[in-house]
Ligand binder design. Structure first.
Ligand code: ASP
Length: 310
């Protein structure tokens, strides 16, 4: 039987064991486990990679611990604005949303844009109106609230540090963006990413997560990639597409291409973070240059891993 694989991440960054309680660590591991189970169950039934990444990301968006959907970080003005994207490696179709509020599952909205509109990316109020038109679930502000994210924001709110020096924001907060990539039993691959972005972001700042080619990319010929980390360098490096290009034009393996991008190209431009990837043979990799990355993978070959630290 052909190999099928699901890989997920729940964000990369300064994640240290000494800052973690056993309870919190368990809750994160459980959240990753639930997301893997949700997506993998579909692959086991012969489901499509596209549906598996949606299911895994929805599970992480619904989990308050991760910075996506419920539990998204706060922007400078106290709102929670979310970005997400999805791409189908078989058709090269893609959908994305940025700066949306009150959407329960931004990845579902990205998928609806991909399948029900001639567009790729919608933002803000327009995206919200499209969601309403297509029956995408919305929630009141309170649904998205998390005390942890609120306290993180309060520490930075009113300081100019966050605005002027992104490093301050980054060092004080671990990331929590979520993503998934999958290869199904037909050899089709897909990728999805969803995030609340950076704490205390302002001026409508958008990161790499909703940008096809930067935070997310999928092409059956090469790979499916979902990134996490400090979005600005990831955009400048056209990160996810770069891995695909190294495979397509230089003949690199998935692992070699990811290794080069994460540990060489990104580091040279202060691109802290990581990515998950899979190819159409179901071979996968998880790589990061930060202290940790919430991550997990499962395949029908018996691979089964969930980890947080290096
Ligand atoms: N890449 C996301 C952004 O810059 C953040 C993250 O991955 O945690 O918006």
């Amino acid at each position: 039987m052909a190999k099928f694989t699901l890989v997920i991440h729940g964000g990369a960054g300064t994640i240290r064991k000494k800052n973690m309680t056993p309870e919190l660590e368990n809750a994160y591991l459980q959240g990753l486990n639930d997301a893997l189970a949700a997506g993998f169950a579909l692959l086991e039934k012969g489901g499509a990679a596209l549906d598996a990444v949606r299911a895994a990301v929805v599970s992480l968006e619904n989990n308050i611990l991760f910075n996506a959907g419920k539990g998204s970080v706060f922007a400078k003005d106290g709102t929670q604005e979310m970005d997400a994207s999805i791409m189908d490696g078989k058709t090269l179709m893609a959908g994305a949303v940025c700066a949306v509020r009150n959407i329960r599952n931004p990845v579902e909205l990205a998928h609806a844009i991909m399948t029900k509109s001639p567009h790729i990316m919608l933002n803000g109020q327009g995206a919200y109106d499209f969601a309403k038109l297509h029956g995408i679930k919305t929630e009141p502000d309170e649904y998205f609230f998390s005390q942890l994210r609120y306290d993180q924001w309060k520490k930075l709110q009113g300081t100019n540090e966050a605005a002027l020096d992104h490093d301050v924001v980054i060092k004080e907060n671990k990331f929590g963006t979520v993503g998934a990539v999958a290869c199904d039993s037909y050899g089709n691959i897909a990728a999805a990413t969803s995030t609340g972005g950076l704490t205390n972001k302002q001026f409508g700042r958008i990161g790499d997560s909703p940008i096809i080619g930067a935070g997310t990319y999928a092409n059956n010929k090469t790979c499916a990639i979902s990134c996490t980390g400090y979005g600005e360098p990831f955009i400048r490096a056209v990160t996810a597409y770069d891995v695909s290009c190294l495979m397509e034009y230089k003949g690199m393996s998935l692992k070699k291409a990811m290794q080069f991008v994460v540990h060489d190209k990104l580091l040279k431009i202060d691109g802290e973070g990581g990515m998950i990837g899979v190819n159409a043979k179901g071979n996968a990799a998880m790589m990061f240059n930060s202290e940790g990355m919430y991550r997990g993978m499962k395949s029908n070959n018996g691979e089964n891993e969930i980890s947080i630290y290096k």
